[in-house]
Unconditional design. Structure first.
Length: 186
């Protein structure tokens, strides 16, 4: 069975935030919420590296068993989804996630939003694909349309790789090997 993943090639990421902006704009993500972020390590040093981070769509997601209303599910292709109509904003998923991925924001009335996280541009659960409701709740369903996630499609340096784990991992490993080989040449 296919496992879908994102890998960010830190050797290529230039921290331009194109992936973050494409995701927010393409899915209508509300202010204060984010599905993706760019983290920079060793900022301002020769070892500086940036990496684009989102839901890891884990093989064994820690968020899934802690949801008291079973709003979080995992598709056969490995994509972890949250049903926003079931989510009660208890934030147990945030506490369980080792990557701190789920985000929540209070509205003007002090009510917490449902969980927001990367959908792998696969729409959402329990809605008609390509429907107005799906777009409103989850954003574009690019995967069902045969397109890559917006973040990867808009990455100017192609640092962000998204798709089948075996294919994406092979591409990334070849890149790393080429860089290592080039660095070892006198």
């Amino acid at each position: 069975m296919t496992q879908m993943i994102h890998i960010c090639d830190e050797g290529r990421c230039i921290s331009c935030l194109g992936c973050v902006i494409a995701c927010k704009a393409g899915h209508g993500v509300a202010p204060g919420l984010s599905r993706r972020k760019v983290v920079t390590f060793d900022d301002g040093t020769p070892r500086e590296r940036s990496v684009s981070v989102a839901c890891r769509h884990c093989e064994e997601p820690a968020c899934l068993p802690v949801c008291p209303v079973k709003a979080i599910t995992k598709r056969p292709d490995g994509i972890v989804q949250t049903n926003k109509e079931k989510c009660i904003s208890c934030k147990r998923c945030l506490k369980a996630c080792p990557f701190g991925v789920p985000t929540f924001v209070k509205d003007e009335n002090g009510k917490w939003s449902p969980q927001e996280k990367c959908t792998f541009c696969a729409g959402g659960p329990d809605v008609e694909p390509f429907s107005e409701k799906e777009m409103k709740l989850y954003g574009q369903n690019r995967l069902a349309a045969g397109k890559p996630p917006l973040c990867a499609a808009m990455c100017a340096t192609k640092a962000l790789l998204s798709g089948d784990a075996a294919v994406v991992t092979e591409i990334y490993e070849k890149r790393v090997a080429r860089r290592k080989s080039a660095a070892e040449k006198p």
